[in-house]
Write a protein that binds this ligand. Sequence first.
Ligand code: GDP
Ligand code: MN
Length: 369
Amino acid sequence: MRLLEFQAKELFAEYGIHTPQGRASTDVDMAREDAESLGYPFVIKFQAPVGGRGKAGGIQLCSNREEFEIKYPQILEMVIKGERARAILLEKAADIKKELYLSLFLNRSKRCYTVIASAEGGVEIESVKDQIIREVGMGHITDDVGLEVAREMGLEENITNQFIDILSRLSQLAVEKEVELAEINPLAILDDGSLVALDGKVITDDNSNFRHPELQKYHEASEVEERAEKSGFSLVTMDGNIAVIGNGAGLVMSTLDMLSDSGGRAACFLDVGGGATTESVYEALTLISKIDGITGILVNLYGGIVKTTTVASAFLLAYENRLIDIPVFARLKGTESDKARVMLADSRTELFDSVEDAIQSAVTEARTQ
Ligand code: GDP
Ligand code: MN
């Protein structure tokens, strides 16, 4: 998921990377209070998962209350690159001497991070000149590498140490939060000689977000996820092709781990909670049917009170109503499994005695598609 600027900056601050003092709001009443406590001048910044906001007029200096009353509502209503504002950030204005570029991105195929830095920041990466590019492995970046990059950028002595420190902190953030990209553009040298992250872009790996419940608050719920919440399920969408249904957070997590160890990629995980009934499993299948690109559904239900026949009824009903037309690979721990097997014999649901076998079949199916 891509964090908004103010969210990325929250993470930066957590890791000790300096950012200007700021506050995010979603309406003008909220913002009026922020404006008073921040004090003028500040910058009003449009918050949406897009770049190039400056050019589009989504970032404006605000020097007094009159300006605030005009500019805040204007920026709140803007649409930039097709995106509406999710929030507005008010941020203490900075006196910029020079803008640098710094980012770390994960090269998936090489399983390593790459640092990109440039003494010419503030513009989009494609037009950043004189890029310095270093592959730095999967670990934290050493000060030696930081020093090398700083030298190549031609940074002055008093900036160099701050730069090394920021790069080290950024790498710690990247590794710990398993990010695909952490970018500071511009990383600004201010008139007083300090280095500050004036913009922030963080993209986390959707396949590892489940390991980071602390990032959940940054997740913008999709329509399907909102509906799941209403049904009392927890559902998180990912970018694979196998939908995972289970009951109980621990069971679902371990199923996900096993799936990924077997080379499978989850499209979502859905925890139907305590007991599974025909209705709850049917509702779970309804939600999953709304997710694109799924090749199969992996079900791992466990519970003394679960009657496998009641769950089997849900699968049958889902096929009958043409809710789904993909195979289901299910391990149902419960009573009446022989009867359930007979019920499902002619359907595209297959019952397995072990979750390992169910996973194997789901992964094989995904590969043939
Ligand atoms: P982007 O256009 O979406 O990348 O948004 P940025 O947050 O990077 O802002 C774009 C540009 O606005 C920056 O490169 C700066 O030149 C300028 N800018 C942002 N914040 C400030 C500020 O506090 N003071 C000044 N003087 N300029 C700012
Ligand atoms: Mn920027």
